[in-house]
Ligand binder design. Structure first.
Ligand code: G3I
Length: 367
């Protein structure tokens, strides 16, 4: 009798151990790609603990910053590819699908993009030329290495109006079509995405659906839309979020959740989105969990994670990727946005690089 109990307990512990070895990509990967945004701290410093998490849980990677215009090209005709090249090497070493983020974005754009050396604003034709040159340079260098590109990022306001960015103001709304057509020609093998935050907002949803129809009518390829999903405890409205998934899929594109995290801290005012320009002064009352999350709050946060992954499970056939915007809570941009110096808990791995218990519930949901 004793021997059989011993054998059973050994079998059980090995089963649970192997269950713990199971990663997000093993289970969720049956439905869609599971990605993570990484800083160059991880992709170039040989952080063995981070590598172990990435190898176990993810099959896609996106550079959090070093593919952006401001980081990669400090002046016209000058490109610093080292950091981006290290991400390409990291993706190849760790067998990760690589996403290029991002080619045309008003924020962190190349500083030289919109003005001449004398400070005067470039003409429409000159900006088109510069934008196309940047797209061709980036996509040309990483042709066959980048699986898909965020071609245009955050071109609409929440109400669906065009954002009055320099690209819009100087070229007009057709900058988007020009960017996608250029990208399609630069690397016909790469997927092409439109990426934005607050995509559950009906106004923005309709504007993006109209954009997709317009691009397709012009014979320009768009493969998916990126719903960034910088979520909070009380936004987005989940019904609106699901409605957007259905609306985008109905336009004949896949849906990706490209920058998923959950801001669990109180905000100075009701706000949503991810506009990097939104910043507020530090006040301790907005940083209530600097010593850790109380169990009750942790449960609320876990419930919020499950609400989103239950939606992804229901809509799995419409989804091609879910990417976490960072690896561990320590790495998250949410520690410094919209208020610098806070302790946030926006991701699925804690500050010690440990998987949060909710990951097991997420895996069970997809098992
Ligand atoms: O590299 C410099 C460093 O040399 C300098 O010492 C340091 C202090 O000023 O700044 C460093 O650059 C920072 C960069 O992140 C790299 O850490 C920039 O100031 C900072 O603005 C930048 O923030 C990034 C932000 O985009 C703006 O590019 C965040 O990490 C990144 O998570 C965030 O991601 C964006 C997506 O790309 C698009 N969707 C919204 C999302 C959140 O804003």
């Amino acid at each position: 009798m004793k021997k059989s109990i011993l054998m059973l307990s050994v079998a059980w512990s090995s089963l649970t151990a192997s269950a713990q070895q199971v990663g997000l990509k093993d289970v969720l990967g049956k439905y869609f790609t599971v990605g993570v945004a990484l800083s160059t701290r991880v992709t170039s410093d040989g952080d063995a603990a981070a590598d172990a998490l990435v190898d176990r849980h993810f099959n896609s990677v996106v550079a959090e910053n070093c593919f952006k215009g401001e980081e990669v090209t400090p002046q016209e005709g000058v490109y610093r590819f080292n950091a981006a090249d290290s991400v390409v090497a990291y993706a190849q070493k760790h067998h990760l699908q690589l996403i290029g983020h991002c080619l045309v974005w008003h924020s962190q754009a190349p500083k030289w993009m919109f003005t001449h050396a004398d400070g005067t604003t470039v003409s429409r034709d000159e900006l088109i030329r510069r934008m196309q040159s940047h797209i061709r340079t980036m996509m040309g260098r990483y042709k066959g290495k980048v699986f898909g590109w965020d071609v245009v990022n955050e071109a609409f306001e929440d109400n669906g109006e065009y954002r009055r960015s320099p690209y819009y103001n100087i070229i007009g709304p057709e900058f988007i079509e020009i960017a996608f057509r250029t990208a399609q020609e630069a690397d016909p093998g790469a997927e092409l995405y439109y990426n934005d935050y607050s995509m559950s907002k009906p106004g923005k949803r309709e504007a993006v659906c109209k954009l997709i129809r317009q691009l397709k009518k012009e014979g320009i390829r768009i493969d998916a839309v990126g719903m960034q999903s910088h979520n909070g405890m009380d936004f987005p409205n989940l019904a609106d979020y699901e409605a957007s998934i259905d609306s985008f899929a109905a336009q004949g594109v896949k849906v990706c959740f490209t920058e998923l995290d959950i801001n669990v801290l109180p905000s100075p005012q009701q706000f949503s989105g991810a506009g990097i320009e939104q910043t507020f002064e530090f006040q301790q009352k907005y940083n209530p969990y600097s010593k850790g999350l109380p169990a009750k709050v942790q449960q609320q946060v876990d419930d919020r994670w499950m609400a989103f992954f239950e939606i992804y499970r229901r809509h799995a056939s419409q989804i091609s990727r879910v990417t976490l915007w960072g690896l561990t809570d320590k790495d998250s941009w949410l520690n410094d946005w919209p208020i610098k110096g806070r302790t946030n808990y926006g991701l699925l791995f804690d500050r010690n690089g440990q998987a949060k218990p909710v990951i097991n519930k997420i895996i069970d949901l997809f098992n």
